[in-house]
Design a binder for this molecule. Structure first.
Ligand code: DGU
Ligand code: CA
Ligand code: CA
Ligand code: CA
Length: 195
């Protein structure tokens, strides 16, 4: 199980089961570029961590190459996770319920930090992102329902925006949002609300 996984280079994905918490105790994890992926913009790379529905991940540092980062299958908590160098993207949502990112930071992403491919409630709090394309992208052209909450989030040096979605049922709620060198806050079909 995930609890026996060792820090350092990973040749295969660490799978965290529902009800389990994987605590990395602040250690560094990175991908073997030949098996998981080189962290470039090439699609189809594998994640370093797969969180099954109801799994939690905490106190992990993800360093280069980060491949496809973290995949979340629903109802997950990701706490105090630091991406030192984002790979293709940092984290992808692939299942529903509530996914919470609490604390931590991410930097050096060519494009997306958080990629949302499934309807869910996505909450980010006490998080900083620096040198990215955008913080959150709902999968391009998709119209599924999505609720995003940003609480005490800082975004610096983004090429594009904080949140981008093509869905008229994507709603964004924010408070204590700080940005610098971000050309646009939102590229959205709806108007974000402070809460
Ligand atoms: O339509 O689905 O970039 O999960 C193209 C693909 C693309 C995803 C996404 C991701 O949107 O691969 O990394
Ligand atoms: Ca992608
Ligand atoms: Ca990178
Ligand atoms: Ca990806």
């Amino acid at each position: 199980s995930a609890t026996s996984a060792k820090a350092g280079v990973q040749k295969s994905t660490i799978v965290i089961k529902g009800g389990e918490t994987f605590d990395g105790k602040g250690q560094k994890f990175w991908a073997d570029k030949n098996t998981l992926g080189d962290g470039s913009q090439k699609e189809g790379q594998k994640p370093i961590f797969k969180l099954e529905k109801g799994a939690k991940l905490k106190n992990v540092v993800i360093s280069a190459p980060a491949a496809d980062g973290v995949h979340c299958y629903g109802d997950n908590l990701v706490e105090n996770v630091v991406w030192e160098d984002i790979g293709e993207d940092a984290l992808t949502v692939k299942g529903g319920g509530t996914i919470e990112i609490k604390g931590g930071s991410a930097k050096k992403g060519d494009d997306k930090c958080f990629q949302i491919n499934s309807s869910c409630t996505f909450k980010v709090s006490n998080f900083t992102a620096d040198t990215i394309g955008k913080l959150i992208r709902q999968n391009g052209g998709k119209t599924f329902k999505l609720a995003i909450y940003l609480d005490n989030v800082t975004v610096k040096n983004a090429k594009e925006c904080v949140v981008r979605s093509d869905s008229s049922s994507c709603n964004v709620y924010y408070r204590n949002l700080k940005t610098s060198n971000v050309p646009k806050l939102w590229i959205l079909k709806t108007t974000p609300k402070s809460y």
